[in-house]
Design a protein around this ligand. Structure first.
Ligand SMILES: [Zn+2]
Ligand SMILES: [Zn+2]
Length: 452
């Protein structure tokens, strides 16, 4: 059994679930002063790390640029600067070219100093140029520092592109504690959602036999609990509490490496968040930080769980549920209407979606037959929404769909169609097979409207 006290060293281990889990990031340091490790990079990672390219924006540079340079000089590590002087770096073609131009042939590794875009850019360039990179996070704002994909804006459209992971992450609490409040709230949001993500994973395990690791769920859940306990201290920037949050996010990131998929970290709440983010971009509206959208959508999914698990499963008529569902032609029309230019991508994602009546009913009966077990396991573990709302409010973050700018209609549409975003089985699929998705969506929308 692995536990957080030795988790950073757990690179390759036999798990109680019967699988072998591994993670490739050589060094993860999360403590006050961890930044100084950049000067000792050769000790951590090997002798080839002689000259680094510091990728940083001017705002962060004015705050910690001197500290980074001092740490490198102390360790006798050469460096060059790639400074973005725009207030917000976009992970787009122009930024990629800027880094490539600054990255001359003397550079051995990249040092990404930032929270979002800078890491996306470094991950991508690192993978395409086969040059290692080190991440110095500036905010505990999401669990993606150890990710292997980059979110890039190409031709003006957000795309997830395969990339590579950092060789080391040096997360300095002295830096993280000074991050803007909105980023800290986003980090909290991207962590509390793990509870509903784990429910969705277990559901797919019970119904579809998808591989599942209870040990991973338990380890992640432990850090989520610890973060919730310390939540109010996080908003007060207590150093230990910020460390707890950063460790939690890092463990969540690692857990995806262990099981080779995003299951422990993302479920239906992430589908809803991606959906509303995509819709906002289509309508040229303001988008929110990933973790903020995820936090509010976790509140929505908690209500979805409560509604579905309170249904009378025995009286479900699976055949009637099939008659209510969209046939292939109706589905295609609807998806084109909702997803517009992204429709073809959605069809590809859902190429195995069941439309055949016999198969649909057979699966529906399997869902129906699993519901007693699902209810027994999950209902007692549903998190307390009020506690989450209280924490978000204390951080000055949005805590309702309305505060994200979502109308009742927009939220209902998200609950009905967000599941198509990914081919990943969640509570929203269950609702469809039980024939109650529309009814649940309506009830949840009303509930979210009244409880602010
Ligand atoms: Zn396992
Ligand atoms: Zn996330």
């Amino acid at each position: 059994m692995i536990r957080p006290n030795n988790i950073w060293q757990a690179h390759d281990f036999e798990c109680l679930c019967g699988m072998r889990h591994s993670q490739p990031i050589k060094e993860i340091a999360i403590y006050k002063g961890a930044l100084k490790k950049i000067g000792k990079v050769r000790e951590d990672l090997g002798s080839r790390y002689n000259k680094g390219l510091i990728i940083i924006d001017s705002m962060i540079y004015s705050l910690i640029g001197d500290n980074i340079k001092a740490a490198l000089q102390e360790g006798n590590v050469a460096y060059k600067l790639c400074l973005f002087d725009t207030p917000q770096v976009l992970p787009d073609e122009a930024s990629i070219v800027k880094i490539m131009v600054d990255m001359d042939e003397t550079i051995d590794f990249l040092i990404a100093v930032g929270s979002g875009a800078i890491n996306d850019l470094a991950r991508f360039i690192s993978s395409r140029c086969h040059i290692p990179y080190i991440s110095i996070p500036t905010a505990a704002s999401m669990d993606g520092y150890s990710a292997e994909v980059s979110l890039l804006v190409l031709n003006g459209i957000k795309k997830t592109i395969s990339a590579t992971y950092p060789m080391a992450i040096y997360a300095d609490i002295d830096i993280l504690k000074n991050a803007p409040a909105s980023l800290v709230a986003a980090g909290f949001g991207d962590l509390i959602c793990k509870k509903t993500a784990a429910f969705d994973w277990r559901i797919s395990n019970l119904i579809n036999g998808e591989s599942y690791c209870q040990n991973t769920v338990d380890v992640v859940n432990e850090v989520v609990e610890k973060t919730i306990e310390n939540a109010l201290k996080i908003s007060q920037r207590d150093e230990e509490a910020i460390k707890t949050l950063a460790e939690g996010l890092m463990i969540s990131g690692l857990s995806m490496h262990w099981v080779g998929k995003s299951r422990p970290a993302a479920g239906a709440e992430h589908h809803l968040a991606h959906f509303i983010g995509m819709k906002a971009m289509m309508d040229h509206k303001h988008t929110h930080l990933h973790g903020i959208e995820v936090a509010v959508m976790t509140l929505v999914i908690i209500e979805v769980y409560k509604e579905i698990l309170s249904q009378d499963f025995q009286s479900v008529n699976v055949e009637a549920a099939f008659e209510k569902s969209l046939n292939k032609e109706e589905y295609e029309v609807k998806i084109k209407e909702i997803y517009q230019d992204s429709a073809s991508q959605i069809f590809k994602e859902n190429e195995n979606k069941i439309f055949d009546k016999d198969k649909w009913i057979a699966h529906g009966n399997k869902v129906k037959g699993s519901m007693t077990q699902i209810k027994k396991e999950i209902q007692p573990k549903i998190p307390d929404s009020n506690r989450i709302v209280e924490v978000l409010k204390s951080m000055g973050a949005p805590s309702s769909p309305a505060e994200l700018g979502l109308s009742k209609e927009a939220l209902k549409e998200a609950i009905l169609y967000a599941k198509e975003v990914r081919n990943k089985y969640t509570i929203l699929e269950i609702a469809e097979y039980l024939g109650c998705l529309e009814e649940v969506a309506e009830k949840v929308v009303e509930k979210m409207e009244t409880c602010k």
